[in-house]
Design a protein around this ligand. Structure first.
Ligand code: NAD
Length: 494
């Protein structure tokens, strides 16, 4: 990474952003705008259109028209592939610009942002572009006087609601498979991190995606998100975000057209360390990175550390040392390990969790407070709290901040019991040299992804989806495609 180039990009003013509807940039129908604050310094970075329900309806109507006239779904697979491949190339060609814009908007440290955002988004879109002409229907094993054919059809109009932590990466997890299958999409980025994703949508048009196939509306979740959820013309709603919003989306679906709703929600992921881990020093560094990168604002963050009692004190000391070595600060400096918290509200919430943990008997081993910078902005020290019981708030509630709760255990059964004692089931990890124990943990810990002797970094070839209140359905891999297709049977008498 070139600090000079990054500094030059951050010095550029950010123009005002508007919706993307029918291939054009349009303001809110009532002229409303929202100030976008940069978490780096808390100052206004730019404005976006503050969408209305009417704006969302216009975007959905555009997507519906584009789907009905088959301007995208009707193109030969090779033509769709070419457009999506070009889009991925354009994202890569503009990677640093997109990453810096995204960091100015959401505060993720640039090293992580560059890899996880444009890098991963381009890879995801390319993956589904390559897959799109390898998806076939099926012939059923029917009696010989009948032919049973199973067609795989696009669902129509997909609504996608995206959170603020990794807008381009998560946006691509939805856009890649949805567009590859021939659907039209209406996107609703987060109000606190929309800019890089909106720019990424512009690049899709530049790559040749026909107008109307991808529309994007900025604004508040409770206004434009709700209008999308209640629309009679969205066929499938895909969402990543908090459980509270997920619950609302299911209600909206029930109150409107019973659209299919797929939810990728939060987690409280257990990271289990046995005394027989192959390398405890490495495990300690990975455990620190697994919770503190991006200020803990990672859905799969290993936010609960379960440590075998015999190594508890030494291991916690090693994780604390690793945490203290992570430089917190300006996310656009290449040597920053932990950038800014996304907003003042989120930072206050994180600090509240630390206070509650202490009032419930937890001890803060390192961190615990806000880090003030001359520039202003929202920064928090990586925080470790020990003595966290299985029923404590810090075990049961997602913080979505740089706060690690530590609980000790003595047996394998106890580790599994504590690991499974929340409503969530998104991710988990185990460190052990014992092969049988590793497999038992993979089998018994209730999660969508279980890491062994590593944490995080699972690539696009494997699914990511939660169980329990961490959601349903999967992003990534070929399994994600099923969310964006309808199966249609043709039953033919021969
Ligand atoms: P959030 O639920 O507050 O917001 C997510 C999106 O929903 C935003 O675009 C927001 O505008 C929209 N929204 C809010 N209220 C709405 C409403 N009433 N109707 C429709 N849309 C509405 O979540 P967030 O704070 O942006 O993201 C953090 C959460 O996302 C955490 O819980 C985190 O764990 C989760 N997350 C999960 C994954 C995963 O893959 N499972 C990945 C990243 C983040």
């Amino acid at each position: 990474m070139d600090q000079t180039k990054i500094d030059a990009l951050r010095a550029q003013p950010v123009p005002a952003f508007s919706h993307l509807i029918e291939g054009k940039h349009v303001p809110a129908s009532d002229g409303g705008t929202m100030d976008i604050l940069s978490p780096i310094d808390g100052q206004v970075l730019t404005t976006t259109a503050k969408g209305t329900a009417a704006d969302m309806e216009a975007a959905i109507a555009s997507a519906r028209a584009a789907f009905e006239d088959r301007r995208w779904a009707g193109q030969p697979p090779a033509a769709r592939k070419k457009v999506l491949m070009k889009w991925a190339d354009l994202i890569e060609a503009n990677a640093l610009e997109l990453a810096v814009l995204g960091v100015r908007d959401n505060g993720t440290e640039i090293g992580m942002a560059l890899k996880a955002e444009p890098g991963s988004a381009a890879g995801t879109i390319r993956y589904y572009a390559e897959a799109l002409d390898k998806i076939y229907g099926e012939i059923a094993p029917t009696p010989s006087n009948f032919l049973g054919m199973i067609h795989k059809e696009p669902v129509g109009v997909v609504g996608a609601i995206i959170p603020w932590n990794f807008p381009m990466m998560i946006g691509a997890w939805k856009l890649g498979p949805a567009l590859a299958i021939g659907n039209s999409v209406v996107l609703k980025p987060s109000e606190t991190a929309s800019l890089s994703l909106m720019k990424m949508c512009d690049l899709a048009l530049e790559a040749g995606l026909p107008p109307g196939v991808l529309n994007a509306v900025t604004g508040e979740g409770k206004v434009v998100g709700e209008a999308m959820g209640l629309s009679m013309d969205i066929d499938v709603l895909v969402f990543t975000g908090s459980g509270g919003t997920g619950r609302r989306l299911m209600e909206y679906a029930a109150r409107s057209n019973m659209k299919r709703v797929y939810l990728e929600l939060g987690g409280k992921s257990p990271h289990i360390i046995f005394a027989d881990a192959p390398n405890l020093d490495e495990a300690a560094k990975v455990a620190a990175g697994g919770i503190f990168r991006n200020s803990g604002q990672v859905c799969v963050a290993g936010s609960r550390l379960l440590v075998e009692a015999s190594i508890h004190d030494d291991f916690v000391a090693a994780v604390a040392k690793a945490a203290e070595a992570m430089r917190v600060g300006d996310p656009l400096k290449v040597d920053t390990a932990i950038g800014a918290v996304n907003s003042e509200v989120q930072l206050e919430q994180n600090l509240g969790f630390v206070e509650t943990a202490q009032s419930e008997g937890g001890q803060v081993v390192t961190g615990g407070g806000r880090i003030l910078q001359d520039t202003g902005g929202y920064y928090m020290a990586p925080t470790i709290v020990t003595g966290v019981t299985p029923d404590a708030t810090l075990t049961q509630k997602e913080v979505f901040g740089p706060v690690l709760g530590v609980t000790s255990f003595s047996t394998d059964d106890e580790a599994v019991q504590i690991a499974n004692a929340t409503v969530y089931g998104l991710a988990g990890g185990v460190w052990t040299s014992n092969l049988s124990r590793a497999h038992r943990m993979v089998r018994d810990v209730r999660t969508g992804v279980m890491h062994v002797n590593t944490y995080g970094g699972a690539d696009g070839t494997v699914p990511l989806g939660g169980v329990g209140q961490s959601g349903n359905g999967s992003d990534k891999s070929l399994h994600a495609i099923q969310k964006y297709i309808n199966l249609k049977t043709a039953w033919i008498k021969l």
